[in-house]
Design a protein around this ligand. Structure first.
Ligand code: PEP
Ligand code: MG
Length: 756
């Protein structure tokens, strides 16, 4: 069975579009399983019907015409029950519905399996045979496996269809993703791509054909030189026969080979990288369809070669980052460092195929106040290039080539948003309290590029979280004590007189240092945060010493320890901090400087620490809840896994219960408590957190005004009532809807949705 399956998947991998995939499936299934009929019906959710999209064995004239309601016939039944239906004599089943034009008279045996992607029924795959018989169990499992394999292909092409289809009613058709930094924008897409990945190059036209041809010729020339050098370097290391591969590359590239074809393509008006991509895809497809496995493998060589030419064309190994005014930037993976490099003033919004709300790029986008959607439904983003689009980063919706009415509506929302944020900024009061005057302390989570002055004007009362990984990531070695001290001093002095919480190095998980590789199967459950630095006290001590030295003039340092899970870890940290403190204190005394002992706290993000909190708090000055990781570990859900995006929510009942338990423990021990995870930046969640008892919230600067506005419309008693009510609710959906209702009632939906 495995051989049959892989033959089918290999065949469909070469298909150019969805219709070809479906046609290949029905014909290959018939030949591999030796059955007389195979059909694929796909769901049309606009009309609640299944449409026959491909068949072998039934009347081909009704392809695209035959439609059955979701609750009609055997196809409808398979879709409704979401399980295979297997009948030796289909016509005897009460759901059987005879369709004359299908010409299915005489087919007795029926086996239908649903095609499901992420709980959504996309269609039904069925086989039929004249002879009344029971299909073998092997045949059933074969069909189930095939349906599961094709479900993701079909789901991708569903998204691609939205990109291509300019006529459809775009009011309801959009690509979905995770809203990671709220806001709305209308602009033109610009896809940026790694300069070494030919497959992600978008199709662009050019007016300057001669410049593009020159670009191509130079890149080819440079590639020839590189190949020559490589070949020479390999002399004596590999056999002459193996070395002939480089010659083969040179020939493929030569003026009569690919170069000529690419030139022809450029002459038709295409930008050189697009022209190269078109030609290379043609060659790759030709190699991939060859029967000889050796020749099939050569497709990889062609792709490598093209990647090299492309990199030479782009002249750099990173990205092509030029953006005109009104750009919506799109990339496969937008990283925090890419965002830091971008010409931000022209960028209206950012879209990344991968990433999630707590990825560092998302956190930075939020800090910069740029609307962003990440974790998009799988699609070929290169095809979005140059299209007009609407980004609704409140709802995580991307409307591609929307109709003018929708554009107009969103343009109104964009200007309303602008007015609203100007209004919020004008408030710029450092006072932050509930409607009835309970003070709420707001702090800032900072990354590089934040505006301290603005944050202070908006009422930030200090820094709630400074992630020290950023300066470590910007280097190619561990920064020295003095280098670190300089960075930390600037931050502490910038907030003189206010507390500044600086977290010790939290690498591992998804945060990597290029010069200190950690490779593990389960990085989020492995060596990260304090586990790494306790195993390397020399790294930890240098950082603590730098922090202490830097705090000498402002004396406002709070040290936060990430990922603490056990009491032993905390005690060891305390011992090392004491050791460093004694040393620095002595050094400074010689200069007549008195050093204040910093406050020591933990980022509470490992559930085991919550259950040991009563012991922890005796050895701590403060606790700061890191909901980003706490949710991940509590719900056993990777914070960056897009499939799990519905499970990873700060409104899960279990999350609320653990947050309540944390308050109770901290109140009992009178230890200072704050929340620094992304949850605190969500105005909807902030209401709930205050109602639960949190009085100190730390968030990105762009969220400060919105969160402040949200709780200033409620009295403390109202928020407490809301919290009490939602604590009794049993599902995430109910909790969220209750909170939304409360916001709507106060006329505050503009804080969480597009529009005011
Ligand atoms: C957290 O886990 O909530 C947190 C604040 O830290 P980070 O997002 O850097 O892991
Ligand atoms: Mg964390």
């Amino acid at each position: 069975m495995f051989g049959k399956l892989s033959r089918i998947t290999q065949a469909i991998s070469l298909a150019e579009n969805q219709q070809q995939v479906l046609e290949l499936i029905v014909s290959k299934v018939c030949s591999e399983l030796e059955v007389e009929v195979c059909s694929v019906f796909l769901a049309d959710y606009d009309l609640n019907q299944f449409v026959l999209m491909a068949t072998q064995g039934l009347n081909p004239e009704i392809i695209g015409q035959l439609r059955v309601d979701f609750n009609e016939g055997l196809v409808g039944l398979v879709g409704q029950r979401e399980e295979p239906i297997h009948l030796p004599t289909a016509s005897l089943h009460p759901a059987f519905h005879y369709v004359e034009e299908a010409r299915e008279d005489g087919f007795s045996a029926y086996l239908g399996v649903p095609i499901i992607h992420q709980r959504k029924v996309l269609g039904v795959l069925s086989i039929q045979q004249k002879q009344a018989r029971q299909f073998e169990i092997d045949e059933e499992t074969f069909l189930i496996t095939l349906a599961a394999q094709i479900s993701s292909i079909l789901s991708n092409s569903e998204t691609d269809a939205i990109i291509d289809d300019e006529q459809r009613n775009q009011l309801v058709r959009c690509i979905n993703g995770l809203p990671v930094s709220s806001g709305v924008a209308v602009g033109v897409a610009k896809v940026i791509f790694p300069a070494h990945d030919i497959s992600s190059v978008p199709q662009r036209k050019t007016k300057n054909i001669s410049a593009e041809i020159k670009k191509l010729r130079n890149a080819v020339k440079r590639t020839h030189i590189q190949l020559e050098k490589m070949s020479n370097r390999m002399k004596g290391l590999i056999s002459d026969q193996e070395r002939s591969l480089f010659q083969a590359y040179q020939q493929i590239l030569g003026s009569e080979g690919i170069e000529k074809e690419v030139e022809e393509q450029i002459n038709q008006g295409f930008w050189a990288p697009s022209a190269l991509q078109t030609v290379i895809s043609r060659h790759i497809r030709a190699f991939q369809s060859m029967d000889d496995p050796y020749l099939r493998e050569r497709a990889q060589d062609i792709e490598d070669l093209a990647n090299r030419v492309l990199a030479n064309m782009m002249k750099k190994d990173t990205l092509e980052i030029e953006a005109e005014k009104g750009t919506i930037l799109i990339a496969e993976a937008i990283s925090a460092s890419m965002l830091a490099e971008l010409p931000l003033k022209n960028i209206l919004a950012v879209i990344s195929l991968t990433g999630s709300s707590t990825s560092h790029a998302a956190i930075l986008a939020k800090a910069l106040g740029i609307p962003a959607i990440m974790g998009l439904d799988p699609c070929q983003i290169s095809r979005l290039d140059g299209k007009t689009m609407i980004v609704d980063a409140y709802n995580g919706q991307l409307f591609v080539s929307p109709d003018p009415t929708l554009i107009k509506q969103y343009e109104i929302l964009v200007s309303e948003e602008k007015r609203f944020s100007e209004e919020l900024e004008k408030e710029q009061s450092p006072i932050s309290m509930t409607e009835d005057g309970t003070p709420i302390s707001l702090f800032m989570n900072i990354s590089s590029g934040d505006d301290f002055k603005k944050a202070r004007k908006l009422g930030a009362q200090g820094i709630g979280l400074y992630r020290t990984e950023i300066p470590f990531m910007q280097q190619n070695r561990f920064p020295s004590e003095d280098e670190q001290a300089e960075i930390y001093k600037e931050i502490m002095d910038g907030f003189n007189g206010m507390p500044v919480t600086i977290r010790t190095l939290d690498i591992g998980g998804d945060k990597h240092l290029s010069y200190f590789k950690i490779e593990e199967d389960n990085p989020f459950l492995g060596w990260r945060g304090i586990r790494v630095t306790l195993d390397h006290p020399e790294i930890f001590l240098v950082q603590i010493r730098a922090l202490l030295k830097a705090s000498a003039s402002s004396n406002n340092l709070r040290i936060a320890l990430p990922m603490v899970a056990t009491l032993e870890e905390l005690e060891e940290c305390n011992r090392l901090v004491n050791q460093a403190f004694a040393e620095i204190q002595e050094e400074l005394r010689e200069k007549n400087i008195e050093l204040k002992r910093p406050e020591i706290g933990i980022i509470l993000e490992v559930p085991s620490a919550v259950f040991s909190l009563s012991s922890f708090v005796k050895r701590l000055d403060f606790v700061s809840v890191g909901t980003n990781d706490l949710i991940q570990y509590l719900m056993a859900v990777d914070r960056n896994n897009l499939r799990m995006k519905n499970l990873y929510s700060h409104f899960q009942p279990a999350v609320l219960k653990i947050l309540k338990q944390i308050i109770q423990e901290c109140e009992k021990a009178s230890v200072s408590l704050q929340i620094c995870g992304e949850m605190a930046s969500d105005p909807l969640a902030a209401i709930l957190l205050i109602g639960l008892g949190y009085r100190e919230l730390s968030m990105s600067v762009s969220s400060l005004s919105k969160v402040k506005r949200a709780f200033s419309y409620f009295t403390l008693a109202e928020m407490q009532q809301i919290a009490e009510k939602v604590m009794l609710l049993e599902t995430e959906a109910k909790i969220k809807s209750e909170l939304l209702k409360a916001m709507d009632k106060q006329g505050l939906s503009g804080l969480i949705r597009a529009g005011n």
